[in-house]
Design a binder for this molecule. Structure first.
Ligand code: SAM
Length: 415
């Protein structure tokens, strides 16, 4: 019997005990989770599961959640809730149950160990996406080699969160310094704690709290990480300013609409049903948000169905207004986003310098996005700089036919 079948049986038993009726109730059967994430002794169920009021009623018998804990061999149960629309992407995951004896002070703390790097966070405060694990470690060998030969010494992580990218780079390479920026104080508290837990000296990580468009340092970085989906576009000008006079690399995360009919390239979709393989954890909440096109603070409404967000000026203006009215708004006035020139044929440029793609058959929309990205980034660089998208890295399916991609962009002064 699978854990899911056993879970259904436990629910039936609890229902029989509580109501005297063992017939499955469609309302709660529909909410049985198909998957869950396990972080140590915590099982985290996807959003929209185990949420029906009748679960609370069944749980009142006192036997349901302990049985589920026994089934999954965990001591704590929680359900992911949608990432908050507050621009800081705070999570609102909800604790269902903790076994007696669990420390109440750390009841909502999760820890994940990847490649020897330990990341902890509070599921009630911060988000974490397991589906980005491979990407978190892809840059490690590149940075390790560049740090070892002395060609790179500084990385700026514009969306550092709890240290998703900062930590593996500091822990597993000899890079001298990472400048980690986030405007969410809760995330930065966990980042600092994660630095300590991984015994990384404070001198190697400068933590800056604030809007990266205002606080990012200029002219220091060999690499800039832009780990925000659906789009990091509003911070592209700041990222360009971060680079050293000798240039460097931008690692730009974007969601790209990738219609199936164009190439059939979704054949190698990780899940047969076209869903996100990461659906078991917090990224699912991102996915739902993006699919419904809801507003999410500074970045919401930036139509992910378009390859050029600034085409939708009304949405961009609305997103800015939402952010400026949020508690995270900076004291200083933000410059308006530059208007991108979206009218040229993006494929013409892609054909000149085709990027390498992690997939054998890149979707045409990915190449198109790479070309328009290179063109827009060039506009934020000093005159004469060369901007080249060297690689398109597929990270995961964020939603059916919406690919989370990372573009490795090299920016250098000419000559
Ligand atoms: C989605 S999380 C990062 C996810 C991560 N890349 C991963 O792999 O799981 C994005 C972080 O960026 C922060 N953020 C968003 N916009 C920002 C801005 N303009 N300045 C600083 N931090 C920002 C949010 O507070 C959040 O902690």
């Amino acid at each position: 019997q699978s854990w899911r079948e056993q879970l259904a049986h436990s629910l039936l038993a609890a229902a029989a005990e509580a109501t005297g009726c063992a017939a499955p109730q469609p309302a709660w059967l529909a909410q049985l989770p198909r998957s869950y994430s396990r972080y140590g002794d915590l099982a985290l169920f996807p959003e929209g599961t185990l949420d029906h009021p009748s679960f609370a009623e069944l749980a009142a018998s006192g036997r349901l959640w302990p049985t589920v804990c026994g089934l999954l061999k965990v001591r704590r149960l929680a359900v992911v809730r949608r990432v908050a629309r507050d621009g800081v992407r705070s999570s609102r995951s909800r604790l269902l149950y903790t076994e007696p004896g669990c420390d109440p002070a750390s009841a909502t703390v999760a820890t994940c160990v990847e490649h020897g790097v330990s990341l902890s966070w509070d599921i009630a405060d911060c988000m974490f996406s397991r589906g980005n694990a491979a990407e978190r470690h892809r840059l490690v060998p590149l940075v390790a080699a560049a740090a070892a030969d002395g060609s790179e010494s500084c990385i700026v992580d514009l969306f550092a969160g709890i240290g998703y990218f900062t930590l593996p780079l500091l822990a597993r390479t000899g890079i001298a310094q990472v400048i980690a920026i986030d405007w969410n104080p809760a995330a930065l508290r966990w980042l600092r704690r994660n630095l300590q837990n991984n015994r990384i000296g404070e001198s190697r990580c400068r933590v800056l709290q604030g809007d990266n468009r205002l606080v990012a340092p200029a002219g220091l970085a060999d690499r800039v990480l832009l780990g925000l989906v659906p789009s990091s576009r509003l911070s592209w000008p700041a990222a360009c300013r971060c680079l050293r006079p000798a240039g460097g690399w931008l690692h730009v995360h974007e969601n790209c609409d990738s219609p199936r009919e164009a190439t059939g390239c979704n054949k190698d979709h990780p899940n047969a049903d076209g869903s996100d393989k990461d659906s078991e954890d917090a990224s699912r909440t991102d996915k739902d948000l993006s699919v419904r096109g809801s507003s999410d603070g500074a970045f919401g409404g930036l139509a992910i169905t378009s390859n050029c967000f600034y085409k939708d000026r009304a949405a961009t203006a609305a997103a800015h207004a939402a952010f400026l009215n949020s508690p995270h708004a900076p004291a200083a006035e933000l410059p308006p986003p530059d208007a991108a020139d979206c009218d040229e044929d993006p494929l013409a440029e892609a054909a000149e310098t085709p990027p390498v793609c992690s997939r054998s058959r890149p979707h045409p929309a990915w190449l198109s996005m790479a070309a328009s990205m290179a063109r827009e980034l060039r506009r934020h660089m000093p005159p004469g700089w060369r901007v080249r998208v060297a690689r398109i890295q597929f990270v995961k399916w964020y939603a059916p036919r919406v690919a989370h991609l990372v573009f490795d962009v090299e920016c250098r002064p000419a000559g």
